[in-house]
Design a protein around this ligand. Structure first.
Ligand code: TPP
Ligand code: MG
Length: 786
């Protein structure tokens, strides 16, 4: 079993101030106050113009105040990277405010326009957020793939390795473990022998709707352990441990251990007298327990019985600091949802907000004078200077800028053009990448590919054969060693440049997200390319959205696609994905027909994903071999291909008709155009490489009152000229073109599930063959004449 020796967690032993615990406990109070107040201010004090509830999660925040205070003010080192559960955003902002990295103005505008975000956001909250969160489960999974990305860079010495590696840390809600993506990630992580990964589970035993089933967590430890993780359970705090050590105290422990989650939560809500009643009823026969009950008044008993380790600063610190190696570790921290707030433990507290009276008494208990709500240290027992000094010295505060901005990787002026007169775009992709792999350009060393078990069938084979598979250990290609003939050479090593994943598309997108943030997170850019079958984008779509939301940069190659996948049948034929490409922010999508277009676009994509204000790129490719045009691509044509369209056959002056096609249906469009040209001289044939880019440009041009690319192209036709659009995708992908210059349009495409067949049969059945285009042309021209 391979174990990394490079980092361990060789902690620097800093001179710890004697009063560290006192400072942390004071700050924990402040974090709770600020997070609670931030939400209160947004809901009850700030003017409300639309009558909507602003929200925020006071209970979920209270639950992690101790854990996050401990982490951010003591445990985290500059190189660590954290995903905070989405609804603990107020705690996160409060902590950053205390660290001087968040402004009061933004806290006052929490959940308001331009204010601190509802859920931590890399792009909108800025530098302090390592990983955005929001869709539960994804931030947690993301940390695992970030640890793979970190290993990838370190083992190749693409980043400095003098400092120990960062720990990738997720602060997860317990109900996040209901999300399947967590388990997909866990399995993948085990295969990749992930290191330097901490998942801290805020085990408050409540989700949004309810108290979590007792049965569930009975299994969680075992599962993590099965995957090679260390599990550290933080169950009881020091007060409870002390009570257990008293005579008969073990009966108290056994009672709590056996207490169902829902009863425990209900009693937390009821408070001291609720505990007394139940303990009296169940344990009164033990003199030691009676003594404990007699020693504690109502408030003290509540304090004792809710003294779970996740709220006990000393226990939390001890648990975190005890981990000194790089083994992935899951901390199950028992907490109380709404701890310290009036609705603690209540099953309906997820969206609960303290009312004005409750806030007034909470403020009193926190000793916050009127007007001092945002003061950093108001109401705390320690002198402000001491706390300020402590905060200035926390390990995290010593960091360089948290986000790196490494230089771009140089992209050659052109990529090798795949030879061949008849080629599919998928094949062209494989060849271009194979040629890049064979070359010496720095580009090749920064490209990393990944695929969920469709490496070979998406044509990454030539790349992998040359660049190898990434693994933390050297592993031989057994088939090769045994002299079994195979086209695939799959030796694995730390030098490998392909990350092979199991079939889990959500993992693919999280891996792309992590690799696509390698620059800002770790200091060296990677140029990630992920491949999958086009229809399975849907399977990982939330993770794709998540990757784009946090501005990770990658190239997605989705192939094969559409009914053009003919014999494979309807289960594998994509229909609506180009609409995803059109609608997904942060993602430019292309569907080229020819290999020379792909070479231009792929080159552009390598630059595009490295530009500052920019996006990731999605290519929808096909396995259909088609005849390639004989041409050289000049800079104007290259620019048009990137912009999304060009006239493959120029329209004549005042042309009455044009066909606009996209992707693998090029031969049908060409044939139809040829047939039409006999009757309609001057008919144009518009090659569309990107409905998405054209559409975006059209919208932007409209706003600026200018004519965009599509309008300039279409106004080459006479006003109101007939237009047929065709592609192997939902017709809505191009039907909007009719609105650009007022053309009479008949959009063709696929709007039903596909099925098995060959291309002629299927194109006929779904109305995208040459005859269908000609029929549509006739209809369009007739309508245009009216
Ligand atoms: C994918 C997804 N589904 C649903 C939600 C809505 N939601 C937000 S928090 C939450 C429950 C979270 O419970 P838990 O993880 O235990 O967090 P706690 O508030 O208890 O700390 C749900 C269902 C979401 N944010 N993301
Ligand atoms: Mg919970």
């Amino acid at each position: 079993m391979l174990r990394t020796l490079e980092g361990g967690l060789a902690r620097e032993h800093r001179a710890e101030p004697d009063d560290k615990l006192a400072c942390l406990t004071a700050l924990e109070r402040k974090v709770l106050w600020l997070s609670t107040w931030m939400i209160h201010n947004a809901n009850h004090i700030r003017p409300n113009r639309d009558g909507l509830k602003v929200g925020g999660h006071q209970a979920s925040s209270a639950s992690v105040a101790t854990l996050m205070t401990a982490l951010y003010f003591d445990v985290l080192r500059p190189q660590d990277r954290v995903a905070v559960k989405p609804h603990a955003s107020p705690v996160f902002h409060a902590i950053q405010y205390l660290l001087g990295r968040q402004t009061r103005d933004k806290l006052e505008r929490f959940r308001g326009f331009g204010g601190a975000q509802s859920y931590p956001s890399r792009t909108k909250d800025g530098e302090t957020v390592d990983f955005s969160t929001g869709s539960v489960g994804l931030g947690v999974g993301m940390t695992l793939f970030a640890s793979i990305a970190q290993d990838y860079l370190r083992l190749k010495r693409l980043i400095p390795t003098d400092d120990p590696p960062g720990r990738m840390i997720a602060l997860a809600g317990d109900a996040e473990l209901d999300e399947g993506n967590i388990f997909e990630a866990l399995l993948e992580g085990w295969k990749h022998d992930v290191r330097n990964l901490w998942w801290v589970i805020d085990y408050n035993r409540q989700s949004l709707d309810a108290v979590v089933s007792d049965r569930l967590f009975g299994r969680i430890d075992a599962m993590f352990e099965m995957m090679g993780w260390r599990v550290v359970t933080l169950k009881y705090g020091r007060l409870l441990e002390a009570a257990f050590a008293r005579p008969d105290g073990h009966h108290l422990r056994e009672w709590i251990d056996a207490c169902p989650n829902s009863l425990y939560s209900a009693l937390v809500y009821k408070g001291g007298e609720g505990w007394r009643e139940h303990l009296h009823r169940d344990l009164n026969r033990y003199p030691g327990i009676r003594a404990i009950l007699d020693d504690h008044n109502g408030a003290e008993l509540q304090r004792l019985m809710t003294n779970l380790a996740g709220h006990d600063m000393e226990s939390v610190l001890a648990a975190f600091h005890a981990v000194e190696d790089d083994r992935p570790t899951c901390f199950i921290a028992y907490t109380i949802k709404g701890y310290g707030l009036p609705f603690a433990g209540h099953k309906d507290n997820h969206a609960g907000l303290m009312n004005l009276d409750q806030m007034a008494s909470f403020r009193q208990s926190m000793a916050i004078p009127d007007g001092a709500e945002w003061e950093l240290f108001a109401g705390l027992d320690l002198p402000a200077e001491r706390l300020a000094e402590f905060l200035a010295g926390v390990p995290l505060a010593e960091s360089d800028p948290r986000r790196h901005d490494p230089a771009a990787v140089a992209v050659p002026p052109s990529l090798p053009l795949p030879r061949g007169t008849r080629l599919s775009t998928q094949e062209a992709f494989g060849r271009i990448l194979g040629d890049i792999a064979a070359g010496e350009a720095p580009l090749a060393d920064h490209v990393v590919t990944t695929s969920p078990d469709v490496t070979v069938s998406t044509n990454l084979g030539p790349w992998v054969n040359r660049r190898g598979i990434f693994d933390r250990a050297e592993r031989a290609d057994t088939f090769r060693e045994e002299h079994v003939v195979s086209a695939q050479r799959w030796a694995m090593s730390p030098q490998g440049q392909h990350i092979e994943l199991g079939i889990a598309e959500s993992n693919l997108f999280l891996q792309l997200a992590a690799l696509g943030l390698a620059g800002p997170l770790f200091g060296t850019r990677l140029l990630p390319i992920g491949t999958l079958y086009d229809p399975f984008i849907k399977r990982g779509q939330d993770a794709l959205n998540y990757a784009c939301y946090q501005d990770a940069r990658f190239i997605l190659v989705a192939t094969p696609s559409g009914i053009t996948l003919a014999p494979e049948g309807g289960a594998h034929q994509s229909v609506g994905e180009p609409l995803t490409g059109l609608a997904q922010p942060g993602l430019a999508s292309f569907e080229p027909a020819y290999s020379d277009e792909l070479a231009v676009l792929l080159r552009w994509a390598f630059e595009e994903i490295q530009r500052e204000e920019s996006q990731s790129v999605y290519f929808r490719l096909s396995t259909r071999p088609i005849d390639q045009p004989e041409r050289t691509i000049d800079p104007d044509l290259a620019a048009a291909i990137v912009a999304g369209a060009y006239w493959l056959r120029e329209p004549g002056p005042d042309a009455e008709f044009a066909i606009a096609y996209c992707g693998a249906v090029a031969p049908e469009a060409l044939a139809a155009h040829q047939a039409v040209a006999e009757d309609v001289p001057g008919a144009g044939l518009l090659a569309i490489t990107s409905p998405d880019r054209l559409h975006r440009d059209w919208l932007e041009a409209r706003v600026g009152g200018e004519s965009g690319v599509a309008e300039r192209l279409l106004t080459r036709l006479r006003p109101g000229a007939a237009l047929v659009t065709v592609g192997d995708f939902h017709p809505a992908t191009l039907s909007w073109l009719g609105a650009v210059a007022g053309n009479t349009i008949v959009p063709l495409g696929v709007d039903r599930f596909g099925q098995s067949g060959d291309i002629p049969d299927l194109y006929r059945a779904y109305g995208i063959d040459t005859d269908a285009i000609l029929d549509a042309a006739a209809r369009a021209c007739l309508t245009a004449l009216r």
